[in-house]
Design a binder for this molecule. Structure first.
Ligand SMILES: [Ca+2]
Ligand SMILES: [Ca+2]
Length: 556
């Protein structure tokens, strides 16, 4: 059943692969093949050296800088993993770190998996635990990877030789009671065999059964890693069936992490899968019609107050009420970027003088979207733009494309941000703020290192002290990025102090004379309690802030 679910998800995820691959990524690999075991009880792993050699060659072809090592004893194995871990932790921004091991492995029930150095004996489980390389140690050396991907490939058995019938390493099959691996954030694991079972080599072959297929599948051009892993699993299972034994590769971690494309450097990217009306136009995602509960519940608002928030302020998220969005619409997959806004200003000559509010929290004439007080790339969200500036941009964009661009209504924004979830964030409630750094650019440890004026800090590092380029962080179920964090997003509605009498049809809630507009989603310069789907702040329509931008909507 697990495999069926995986295949269904594979179809759902293929479409996101293209965009994430656009960034050049640093790629490091540690490839180990242990063949020549020296202590009694271990057979040589005949294909291990060839496995390592072939995997190293394929990975180099995919742009990896590879450290290739064979026949490592305990001291060299631990030290290789430690040294590699230091390099991985020093990787900047995105990237992929991959560890491949071909050799003997042991899974001890209720304990851990172990990769066996060539000089370790096999008399007891205690000896393995003391002298072999535990998977836990390996994962700790790689560290959590919220903004990159750690991949561990184990072409090794995961059985327990000590409970097998004959003792030694004549392998038990189907041993029960293995605990799942606890993977750090951003890490995936693929094993040649499921816990408690053997990985095979077919006599006369250069490579193990798993590596023979894996090395071929990851070299297929234009594939995501996730597609390659699925294809490997299929091929291994099929060949094992044909040869009348069972070997089922085993995946652990979050499948979506493996959906990044595994392209050769310089290879043509697949065409984009988003609606885009012109080269400088924002990429759009189709948002289906549907209903949802808008606003926050009492427990969430109490939590907000317990985190230092103001009770009267958070009351504006109530009452929670049902809203139906009756027609599908298009929404920008990211905030409008600085480069996209520049195309508008250059083309139209639209004046953006008048200053912007920065750290001093009052209008500073020196600040503007071109200089918000920190450096930005063209891919960062444009900030220091008012509601009126956004309207001017949307008029220009509609004229240029003959399409009907607008800001989303507040209800459309929250509906799209929730993307079918009912939790406080689109990745869960996350009351301890442990996953924020993978999903949203907020006020984090990176911001602390820049000596920015203090806020309550997210206890992790998202890698960005100010704004981050669009779509660096993980998307929600509708493929939208940065709905929480990065820049606050202006919506079309006039601000109302509560949801009492709010429309239930998803339309803009207007007012005859509007003195204040609504912003949603929190931003890079706000504490974790603010990075929630229900949060609402306001700003007069002519004001600008270095934390706020916008995202476009388009009627079909
Ligand atoms: Ca940040
Ligand atoms: Ca945002």
């Amino acid at each position: 059943m697990a495999r069926l679910v995986w295949l269904v998800l594979a179809v759902a995820l293929w479409m996101v692969a293209g965009a994430d691959a656009a960034r050049a990524e640093e790629r490091l690999a540690l490839v180990i093949g242990n063949k020549g075991y020296t202590r009694e009880g271990w057979m040589p792993v005949i294909p291990a050296e060839a496995d390592a050699r072939d995997m190293a060659a394929v990975l180099r072809g995919l742009g990896f800088e590879v450290t290739e090592l064979v026949n490592l004893d305990r001291r060299r194995l631990l030290s290789a993993v430690q040294t590699f871990g230091e390099r991985v932790k020093a990787m900047k921004g995105g990237g992929i770190a991959l560890v491949y091991f071909s050799g003997h492995g042991v899974g001890l029930p209720g304990n851990d998996n172990y990769l066996i150095p060539i000089d370790v004996g096999v008399r007891s489980a205690a000896e393995i635990e003391r002298d072999a390389l535990s998977l836990g140690f390996l994962l700790r050396q790689l560290g959590a990877a919220p903004n990159r991907l750690n991949v561990v490939i184990l072409d090794a058995c995961r059985d327990d030789p000590f409970t097998s019938s004959g003792g030694g390493v004549n392998y038990a099959k189907g041993v029960e009671g293995f605990q799942p691996t606890r993977l750090p954030e951003g890490t995936i694991l693929h094993s040649a065999a499921s816990p408690g079972t053997r990985a095979r080599w077919i006599e006369g072959r250069d490579n193990s059964l798993y590596t023979a297929h894996f090395k071929r599948e990851i070299a297929v051009p234009g594939r995501s890693l996730q597609e390659a892993l699925t294809a490997t699993e299929e091929a291994v299972v099929a060949e094992a069936n044909q040869r009348e034994f069972v070997q089922t590769p085993w995946f652990e971690g979050r499948l979506s992490l493996a959906s990044r494309v595994w392209l050769k450097p310089g290879e043509q990217l697949p065409p984009p899968k988003y609606v885009q009306d012109c080269a400088d136009c924002p990429e759009l995602v189709k948002i289906p019609a549907g209903s949802f509960e808008m606003g926050s519940g009492e427990e969430e608002r109490k939590w907000y107050v317990s985190q230092g928030g103001n009770e009267e302020f958070v009351a504006r998220e109530a009452p929670r009420h049902r809203v139906t969005i009756s027609r599908e619409f298009l929404l920008g997959r990211t905030e409008v970027t600085r480069g996209q806004f520049a195309a508008f200003v250059n083309d139209s000559g639209y004046p953006t003088t008048g200053g912007c509010s920065g750290f001093e929290r009052k209008t500073d004439e020196k600040l503007s979207w071109q200089d918000p007080g920190f450096s930005q790339t063209d891919q960062d969200p444009v900030v220091c733009v008012s509601w009126e500036d956004a309207q001017a941009y949307l008029r220009w964009l509609s004229g240029k494309t003959s399409k009907s661009y607008r800001l989303p209504s507040e209800a459309e924004w929250e509906y799209a941000a929730r993307a079918g979830t009912t939790t406080w964030r689109y990745w869960g409630d996350d009351k301890n703020n442990t996953a924020i750094c993978a999903y949203a650019n907020g006020f984090d440890e990176t911001a602390m290192t820049e000596n920015l004026p203090m806020l309550d800090v997210v206890n992790c590092s998202d890698g960005y002290a100010h704004t981050a380029p669009a779509a660096i962080f993980k998307h929600n179920n509708f493929l939208l990025h940065d709905m929480l964090g990065n820049a606050w997003e202006l919506v079309d509605d006039c601000f109302h102090i509560s949801y009492t009498d709010a429309p239930s049809n998803g339309m803009t809630w207007a007012a005859e004379r509007c003195e204040s507009r609504v912003l949603r989603g929190g931003s890079w310069y706000y504490p974790p309690r603010v990075l929630r789907l229900a949060i609402r702040i306001t700003m007069p329509p002519g004001d600008r802030s270095f934390t706020s931008g916008f995202r476009v909507a388009r009627t079909f």
